[in-house]
Write a protein that binds this ligand. Structure first.
Ligand code: PA5
Length: 447
């Protein structure tokens, strides 16, 4: 079986091999710290050996409950935000038919997401759709107290109860939350929902292989066994016993830090397969929340090519030279479509006749790489053989491991997120939440 391939050759016009290799010794230390759970944020390293710890019994339990719920519903609303949203969203998007919302008679419910914003129109319009559909809810919150999903759950729970009755609603709601603490745990126990536990030692952005990702994905028909298998194989390929220069996660971590040290402060994750759009959103949370602290960190950005070549392509080619690109390339498409010959050739496209669409896409990728490298943008390339659950599992674990190593190189704690509290405190003060009286006074005086 082929594995994900990483190629960093196209960074060497900008940084030396020595500057990448200079990270050797510290990477060895960082990998040991991750595996021995001795580094910064050591209470949140449960993700390191998570894939290999997921046994068949756990998968069967999730599959059984998923099977039971999916037969009762046409739509599944997954409620969560941040790490309790992006893992499931990214895999679901990557594995879905591009027009799944228009496909009739699917064996699996369509997945919708709520609680990832506070859009009144969004929720009201969702209720309009749910009115005529059979639906279920998976509500996900590790803390059990996050405002956005809590609001969405209150509204959707009320709607479902009114629609099908309280007893029936209970059978259609699954809660994924902390084992003991938080408002959602209390509510789920009181109402008698099926619940799944988010382990204490796995933070939100590393939680896709816990029930946070696995439960909704299994209900939506994603092959979670393959997802876990891919991650588990990558766990082996990036283990502490592997030579660090054969370990793709440490090579990537070293490459991006060498570029950062040379002033390349923005990393753009590029795809040429637009089903990976939300994968990049997941990646941005992983790196942004892990590394962006103490006034440090590479800013993670993303583009969908070739669409964004017609917009952001200008900046990437000729704007400020503080960028590098990391391209995820999918070697083989699932479908095959050939460009036809046209006798009149009014569009002058006959030079492409007989070629697969993907051949054009691959030449767009190669042409872009050459142009951007020529324009001063270093390029890291990650190739996966196919877009399937197995390789998405490999990719996710690869990025997680690299993120841990890279955060340690940067000398930050990659497993906390103190900065996300600031907006919440202001919002609560402005909304006059009980307990925030002092902050309310202070913030209102500033307005
Ligand atoms: O990575 C994180 O910790 C955050 O993005 C959280 O996942 C997000 O804030 C949601 O938190 P919770 O699952 O507690 O509702």
């Amino acid at each position: 079986m082929e594995n994900l391939k990483l190629n960093i050759e196209q960074i060497y016009n900008f940084v030396t091999k020595e500057s990448v290799q200079a990270y050797s010794e510290e990477i060895k230390t960082h990998i040991q710290a991750l595996h021995n759970k001795t580094g910064e944020g050591k209470d949140f390293l449960g993700w390191v050996d998570l894939p290999s710890s997921i046994n068949n019994t756990r998968i069967i339990e999730i599959e059984k409950i998923a099977q039971n719920l999916k037969n009762k519903i046409d739509l599944l609303v997954v409620i969560g935000i941040g790490g309790s949203f992006l893992g499931a969203k990214s895999i679901s998007e990557a594995m879905s038919h591009s027009f799944s919302h228009l496909k009739a008679n699917s064996e699996y419910p369509l997945i919708l997401f709520a609680g990832q914003n506070i859009g009144e129109d969004y929720l009201a319009e969702m209720l309009e759709i749910l009115e005529t559909k059979r639906y279920g809810l998976v509500v996900i919150s590790k803390s059990g107290t996050t405002t956005e999903p809590a609001i969405a759950f209150r509204i959707l729970k009320n709607h479902l109860e009114e629609k099908v009755g309280k007893d029936r609603a209970k059978e259609l709601i699954i809660a994924v939350t902390d084992a003991k603490k938080g408002a959602l745990r209390k509510l789920a126990e009181q109402e008698g929902y099926t619940t799944f536990i988010i382990p204490d030692d796995v933070g939100g952005r590393f939680s896709v292989l816990t029930p946070v990702g696995l439960v909704p994905l299994a209900i939506g028909g994603v092959n979670i066994r393959q997802l876990v298998k891919g991650a588990s194989d990558m766990e082996k390929l990036t283990a502490g016993t592997v030579n660090i220069w054969d370990n793709p996660s440490s090579v990537y971590a070293a490459a991006r830090n060498a570029l950062y040290a040379k002033g390349k402060k923005i990393e753009i994750l590029v795809n040429f397969e637009n089903k990976l759009h939300y994968f990049a959103e997941w990646w941005k949370q992983l790196y942004g929340e892990s590394e962006g602290k103490e006034n440090k960190g590479i800013y993670p950005a993303s583009v969908d090519f070739t669409a964004d070549l017609h917009s952001m392509g200008q900046y990437i080619q000729e704007g400020e030279r503080s960028l590098f690109e990391t391209v995820i390339s999918v070697k083989e498409t699932v479908q095959k479509l050939t460009i036809p010959k046209d006798t009149e050739n009014l569009d002058s496209l006959n030079f492409l006749a007989g070629k697969r669409i993907d051949e054009v896409n691959k030449m767009a990728e190669l042409g872009t790489r050459i142009a951007h490298v020529d324009g001063g943008v270093p390029n890291i390339r990650i190739e996966i053989p196919k877009l399937n659950e197995y390789y998405l599992g490999q990719l996710m674990y690869f990025f997680e491991k690299a993120c841990g190593i890279s955060g340690y190189i940067l000398k930050v704690n990659p497993f906390n997120q103190p900065g996300v509290e600031a907006y919440k405190n202001n919002m609560f003060a402005l909304l006059e939440k009980p307990g925030y009286e002092e902050q309310t006074k202070k913030i209102k005086a500033r307005l």
